[in-house]
Design a protein around this ligand. Structure first.
Ligand SMILES: [Zn+2]
Length: 352
């Protein structure tokens, strides 16, 4: 199913590009700017079972994207500058903000040198349990359990079930099934409980992903010292906030800001909602982020920015640079706003 969906998206992007429709639609749907979402920038790795590859692009492709953005007459701006332009209605030039979620070490090692050389500002949203080495990158633990086993057993809906996952195709199908089954659990705690059990049964060390992949506070301090870099908040434990009680949501947002301030001596004014889709962040989360005084907060709902987003500064859409679509022409189509406009049924600043 995931493969089919990717083919349909790719087909849509290709036809928008080759029909020229993205050029025709741009004045109508292109908006005033866009925020790009990135996770990993790192060289590709061998192996055919990499369900989380959508979250990574290569340094080579990233270099091309930065060059393209610079040459396309777009202003590459910080989140503060984006906020200024939106609130002061300064839309003389289209702008793009680059944002990195989670605080991976490759942001420092691979993306930063490219951005530093080009003088491009960017933001890193840090979930504080990651540099504290207490975070659970549960989607990677699930990938590891399936990658390392040919068959796994799991208690699902009160019954024991066994899943075969010997072949790459079976592994992909199972990852997809379990990922979405986990995401549908009623509470975050229930989902984490299943993953912890699964990891314990199959000897996967969840804590290792944090240590291996995420920046330490020292590494984050190196980035934070550069005026090109904005450090944003991304909660403490990276939960799907919409599933938590209001009090916990407030503390996840507020506490992460205080922890970052204590560790890096910068107080984050911008927030990214973990996971960030409809099931993770909705009107309640947008309101709480505004109440807590964040200047902006970003989702992963796809879309470009319109003037009307100045009324919804804590519910901003973004455009994800997806590892399955590493072609400049897709970036062009996505930034034209035409693809996301079609996905969103041509609604602009979407009602929350
Ligand atoms: Zn995240």
């Amino acid at each position: 199913m995931a493969g089919l969906k990717q083919k349909i998206i790719r087909g849509g992007l290709e036809s928008l590009y080759f029909s020229g429709a993205h050029v025709l639609l741009k004045p109508l749907v292109g908006g005033v700017g866009a925020i790009l979402t990135l996770h990993h920038v790192r060289p590709g790795r061998p192996g055919r079972f990499q369900p989380n590859r959508i979250l990574e692009i290569t340094p080579r492709f990233f270099t091309r994207v930065v060059k393209y953005l610079r040459g396309a007459g777009l202003d590459l701006v910080s989140l503060d500058e984006m906020h200024r332009r939106l609130t002061e209605r300064d839309f003389a030039r289209r702008f793009v903000c680059l944002t990195f979620d989670d605080g991976y070490r490759d942001t420092l090692q691979c993306a930063y040198p490219i951005l530093k050389e080009a003088g491009v500002p960017f933001a890193v949203y840090v979930a504080t349990s990651f540099p504290d080495r207490l975070g659970e990158l549960w989607w990677l633990a699930l990938e590891a359990v399936i990658a390392r086993n040919e068959r796994i057993g799991l208690m699902i809906d009160g019954g024991n079930r066994t899943f075969d996952c010997a072949t790459v195709a079976e592994k992909h199908a199972l990852y997809n099934e379990l990922y979405w089954w986990l995401r549908r659990r009623r509470t975050e705690e229930e989902m984490r409980g299943v993953i912890r059990n699964l990891a314990a049964c199959y000897a996967v060390d969840i804590a290792s992903f944090c240590k291996d992949l995420c920046m330490s506070w020292e590494e984050l301090a190196e980035l934070a010292a550069d005026p090109l870099v904005t450090i944003g908040a991304h909660t403490v434990n990276h939960p799907m906030l919409a599933k938590l009680p209001e009090k916990v949501v407030r503390s996840e947002m507020d506490l992460s800001r205080s922890v970052i301030e204590a560790a890096l001596a910068v107080r984050p004014e911008h927030l990214s909602f973990p996971i960030g889709d409809r099931s993770s962040a909705g009107p309640r989360e947008f309101r709480i982020a505004a109440d807590l005084g964040f200047k902006t907060a970003v989702t992963t709902r796809p879309g470009v920015l319109f003037a009307a987003h100045r009324q919804r500064l804590t519910a901003l859409p973004r455009i994800s640079l997806n590892g399955e679509f590493q072609r400049l022409r897709y970036v062009r189509v996505l930034l034209s706003g035409s693809a996301t406009a079609m996905w969103n049924g041509f609604r602009r600043a979407e009602a929350a």
